[in-house]
Write a protein that binds this ligand. Sequence first.
Ligand code: SF4
Length: 265
Amino acid sequence: MKGLIFDIKRYSTNDGPGIRTTVFFKGCPLNCLWCHNPESRLHEIQHVNRRRNIGDMAFEEEEAIGQWYTVAEVMRELEKDTLFYDESGGGITFSGGEPLVQAGFVAQLAAECRKRGWHTSLDTCGYANRKALQLLEPYINLYLYDLKGMSPTDHWQHTGVDNGIIIDNLLYLVENRHDIILRYPVIPGMNDSENHLLDLLHFLMNISPVKREIHLLPYHNIQKNKYERLGLTYKLEDLSSPTTESLETMKKGLESIGYSVKIGG
Ligand code: SF4
């Protein structure tokens, strides 16, 4: 079995505890307007032209985005930083795209990580078949779980899917007492109004996760160049980042119901 991966990033400190290696899987069932990794969406190898300058000469060369790996090949990469995982309490994060699109492969990889005693995190949008989630369940220590808003209609308009499956899977993980850190991308005009916040607070007040922690991820548009390279149109070009005031309002609201809130990933 092979997995399609578009990046393996070493020394990450934002995707779970300690120093980590993050494996980015290619393929995602969502189509978020603000997606910061548009190269991650298609479950296939893509080719783009890259410009290089050597002295006065400019060259265009073709670059492949994505590569098929065996479990053994990925493990060889991950083993390079064993010392860092052990010393820092870090480990491995499976991200994307959406890792659950390749659940069979990720489960094999996560099982190998657990055999070595490494901490494992799954960074997921939660839009997946329950069986895919359950395949990984024995091997995951921490879920970094995206919530992009509580309104099914808004969710559909902004991501291409409704949020029913995402909420059901989150409730399943909560009921089964897994460690979860929620991640809420704050997109001005799409999920940051007073009503959006009230809906979120109402939902969170009615669940009892093991830990009450949420990260607010402020929108930015630095991904614009990636869209151009892929020949895609970036539809939110004129959208500004959320104001400090709106982020603070959300933070205070979430803290008022007992959540520990971090602004940023
Ligand atoms: S879930 Fe993440 S990777 Fe998938 S389209 Fe949305 S932002 Fe991009």
